[in-house]
Design a protein around this ligand. Structure first.
Ligand SMILES: N[C@@H](CCC(=O)N[C@@H](CS)C(=O)NCC(=O)O)C(=O)O
Length: 231
């Protein structure tokens, strides 16, 4: 039985995909944690001390020891609380999960940020680029990882589901703001169904801020719509 009694503190910000990924992973593991809201424009001394290299959220502190960078944090959570596993047992598949999670961080998330800053044809081109990345991922996951279950690695959500599932509300938000369709079922049926299954999970449902709430909060990014342990 995993030790879930460690002192766990998460420094994050509201309406933030990286923070949300970490919260989802903790909740799926059944780990209790204290949430500390940071102000991106006025970072606390504590945050600067905990993440002196990047000075960013999220930072997870376990028994007083800080870990930064969301993907590193997700893997650390899986190392510390092994049950239920978020990575496959097979070393090759583990590497593939890490590869696609890294791809989301390097390609998918940056283009999402770009889409909202553009207009007209430029925005359309960026949305097509986004769709292309999803199709590449869909093919890779189908060939290398998928075994026919509702989630990437089978019947239970894993690290890639956390990464993609946490992005789902942001995809819906950008679709609403930009008026472009980003995740198309006809192009990426597997990814769409993984993300839809993820956001319906009881453990994470309350963290999934609906796109309309995200839209309302655009002018008030400090507001947090759910309790302190949620996003
Ligand atoms: N690569 C980092 C990115 C984290 C990140 O972009 N954090 C943003 C919030 S979304 C932040 O702290 N921004 C404040 C800053 O960069 O000064 C991760 O995956 O954790």
């Amino acid at each position: 039985m995993a030790d879930r009694s460690k002192g766990v503190k998460l420094y994050g910000t509201s309406f933030n995909g990286h923070t949300s990924m970490v919260e989802c992973a903790l909740r799926l593991k059944g780990v209790a944690y204290e949430y500390v809201e940071e102000d991106r424009k006025n970072k606390s001394e504590a945050l600067l001390k905990l993440n002196p290299v990047h000075k960013q959220v999220p930072v997870l502190v376990v028994d007083g020891k800080p870990i930064a960078e969301s993907l590193i944090i997700l893997q650390h959570i899986d190392d510390v609380w092994k049950d239920p596993p978020h990575l496959p047992e097979d070393p090759y598949k583990r590497a593939k999960v890490r590869f696609w999670a890294d791809f989301v961080g390097k390609k998918v998330v940056p283009i999402m940020h770009t889409i909202v800053t553009l207009k007209g044809d430029e925005q359309k081109t960026a949305a097509e680029e986004f769709a292309g990345y999803l199709m590449t991922m869909e093919d890779g996951i189908r060939e290398e990882l998928w075994t026919g279950g509702p989630f990437v690695n089978g019947d239970n959500p894993g690290l890639l589901d956390v990464v993609m599932g946490s992005s789902y509300v942001w995809i819906k938000f950008i679709e609403a703001v930009a008026g472009v369709k980003l995740a198309k079922r006809e192009e990426t049926p597997l990814l769409c169904s993984f993300m839809e299954a993820f956001v319906e999970l009881d453990a994470v449902k309350e963290l999934m801020t609906p796109p309309e709430v995200l839209l309302q909060s655009r002018g008030n990014p400090g507001a947090k719509p759910t309790a302190t342990s949620g996003d």
